[in-house]
Ligand binder design. Structure first.
Ligand SMILES: NC(=O)C1=CN([C@@H]2O[C@H](COP(=O)(O)OP(=O)(O)OC[C@H]3O[C@@H](n4cnc5c(N)ncnc54)[C@H](O)[C@@H]3O)[C@@H](O)[C@H]2O)C=CC1
Ligand SMILES: O=C(O)CCC(=O)C(=O)O
Length: 386
């Protein structure tokens, strides 16, 4: 029996995929797995029962990845599962920034008692006029799951699209429309584009990337869209640029005290992935990843350990999360051989400082063998799935 704990509400469509071998836990302590959306986990303590955390979403800056790795806790995310939801809101954001739709709707609400509202609207509407996005230049920074969808959709709306991503994956490159101008220098986007949208993770080298230097290169009245993370945009610099008029509109999915209420900022309460479809997709993918890991030891879509897959388990499987250092496999196999445990199949994968070894064996595995494996310097967590 496995216990899972949801730190945020997770779509029941996903949770229904857990079999009767899984029970929801009332608290995190003692859970084998945690499901989370945006809840901050940096201040939490994890106990030794916790084996995996699944982020039902893309961004993992709310999870202490290194601390988890050190404790042998595998962290998963659900790449692409909410990308369409975000893409649609980015398109809406561009339209809200181009035409004063919100101002117009507010005007109607303020004048709802006006018996002459139809006639008065025809006079008032010039205050809410705007421009079209067709023919304008859009710069997309970050061509991953979301960036590619936004870039492709914008071409269908008649925009001229520039894309920048120095680490673009082969899959993303395949999906990207050929009409997109692939730039190798982000400054080209800053200088050329009327709309700039960022779709990169919050990392040390992306934090504050939109700052006064970047903004100084941009066109007067540029529209900046941020559906990635608040920290990517320097809040003082964006407020100054909005007040001074250099930035025409800043559309962000991340309310902060600094930006909420600033004129020409369009602030949305983190709704990018809040669609039934995205929530269901993320929850289903997260649950599938957890089940495959807990039942078979397979790792798919982890952000702190390597991908590793030995298929559906049909015999006793030993899984070892460990540091990526020499002579680990030699020590594991020597220890098993000493106890006459016959290895049927095994695999080892590494990623940065960490590695993972899966071993299928023909015999039962004794407590002594498990203790012996755990005592090997560099081993982080040992599990026997039988
Ligand atoms: N508003 C919302 O509800 C949501 C926000 N997000 C945010 O959007 C981000 C992107 O999501 P996905 O597209 O699904 O992730 P992804 O991992 O598929 O794509 C990120 C892309 O950014 C690129 N990148 C990394 N550093 C870069 C840099 N310095 N310059 C240019 N490109 C760089 C990577 O190569 C990758 O192609 C997430 O990390 C998350 O923070 C994601 C989903 C929902
Ligand atoms: O779960 C959510 O609503 C947040 C989605 C998000 O920001 C992400 O997937 O990175």
């Amino acid at each position: 029996m496995y216990k899972y704990f949801c730190l945020n509400p997770i779509s029941p469509v996903g949770l229904e995929k857990f079999s009767d071998d899984y029970v929801p836990a009332g608290e995190m302590a003692g859970a084998d797995a945690v499901l989370v959306r945006s809840a901050g986990m940096h201040e939490l303590e994890f106990d030794k029962d916790l084996k995996a955390i699944a982020r039902a979403g893309a961004g993992v800056n709310n999870i202490p990845l290194d601390k988890c790795a050190e404790q042998g806790i595998v962290v998963f995310n659900t790449p692409g599962a909410n990308a369409n939801g975000v893409k649609e809101l980015v398109i809406a954001g561009m339209l809200l920034a181009s035409r004063d739709i919100l101002g117009g709707i507010n005007w109607v609400q303020e004048n709802e008692e006006d018996g002459n509202i139809a006639k008065d609207a025809e006079k008032a509407k010039k205050a809410f006029a705007g421009c079209e996005i067709q023919g304008k230049k859009l710069g997309v920074i970050g061509l991953g799951a979301i960036g590619v969808l936004v870039a492709n959709a914008a071409t269908h709306l008649g925009m001229e699209v520039y894309g920048y991503d120095p680490y673009v994956s082969v899959d993303s490159a395949w999906r990207l429309s050929r009409s997109i101008h692939h730039t190798k220098n982000v400054d080209e986007i800053y200088k050329e584009c009327d709309y700039i949208t960022i779709h990169v993770p919050a990392l040390e080298d992306t934090k504050g990337m939109i700052n006064k230097n970047a903004i100084s290169l941009m066109k007067e009245g540029v529209v900046i869209l941020n559906f990635a993370r608040d920290v990517l945009v320097n809040s003082e610099d964006i407020v100054d640029a909005l007040v001074g008029g250099k930035v025409g509109r800043y559309v962000t999915d991340f309310p902060t005290p600094e930006i909420a209420g600033v004129k020409h900022a369009i602030v949305i309460p983190h709704l990018g992935a809040s669609t039934a479809e995205s929530e269901d997709n993320c929850a289903k993918m997260a649950v599938e990843e957890l089940k495959d890991f807990l039942e078979n030891g397979n790792i798919r879509n982890s952000v702190n350990f390597p991908a590793c897959d030995m298929g559906v388990r049909d015999k006793t499987r030993i899984t070892i999360l460990h540091r990526n250092i020499p002579n680990m496999i030699g020590q594991f196999t020597a220890l098993l051989a000493k106890d006459n445990v016959n290895i049927d199949d095994m695999t080892n994968k590494s990623r940065g400082s960490y590695a993972y070894t899966m071993i299928d064996v023909d015999n039962d595995v004794t407590e002594d063998v498990v203790k012996g494996l755990e005592m090997i310097e560099g081993v982080l967590k040992v599990r026997v799935i039988a």
